[in-house]
Design a protein around this ligand. Structure first.
Ligand code: CTP
Ligand code: MG
Length: 165
């Protein structure tokens, strides 16, 4: 069926971005990260709050991009994978930047922003080498919040995350 083809095509396309966005949760739990990890903003403040906050770290960023790129490589589209993975995590940083400017604490909920910042970042970065597929984008805008909420709920139940969102 065409609709299924569209949905699976969209998920396959965005897989490096999903991977990049999920991977830092695991990285942050490692002993190595607990010892050496640093926030991307090095704790620097902008106004009343940190630039991005303590939830955005270098090891999360670097290993998230590597993990997403490996998925892209396995898919046979390494360059696209690198763009989707780095776009996702830069989008996630921008999302946190916006949250901090609205005075939200690290981990506080921001409906839609939390779920879509990385998706938008990934699509923008991918547009460097290809036309944006707006059908995929539309499918993923509707699909991603449910996937994101489910993944975060599982992460919470598994003790990987402090909040269930
Ligand atoms: N994480 C990380 N580095 C990143 C992104 C995420 O180390 N670049 C880890 C952090 O441990 C973070 C967790 O993954 O707490 C979940 O990510 P996310 O929900 O995006 O961050 P929040 O803690 O909710 O922070 P924010 O309020 O800024 O979204
Ligand atoms: Mg969060």
């Amino acid at each position: 069926m065409d609709i299924l083809k569209l949905i699976f095509g969209a998920i396959w396309f965005i897989l490096p971005a999903y991977t990049a966005n999920m991977f830092p949760v695991f990285v942050a739990k490692t002993k190595f990260a607990k010892k050496y990890n640093k926030p991307v903003d090095f704790g620097i403040k902008y106004g009343r709050k940190q630039l991005f906050g303590a939830g955005k770290t270098w090891l999360g960023l670097i290993f998230g991009i590597i993990a997403g790129s490996i998925i892209g490589f396995l898919q046979g589209t390494l360059i696209l994978g690198i763009l989707l993975a780095s776009g996702a995590l830069i989008g996630d940083l921008v999302g946190s930047f916006v949250k901090r400017r609205f005075g939200l604490e690290r981990g506080e909920r921001a409906i839609l922003l939390d779920q879509l910042d990385f998706l938008i970042g990934a699509f923008i970065f991918s547009s460097v080498i290809m036309e944006i597929n707006y059908s995929y984008f539309l499918v993923l805008v509707f699909l991603t919040p449910s996937v994101h909420l489910l993944a975060n709920y599982l992460g919470y139940k598994l003790g990987l995350k402090k909040e269930p969102w």
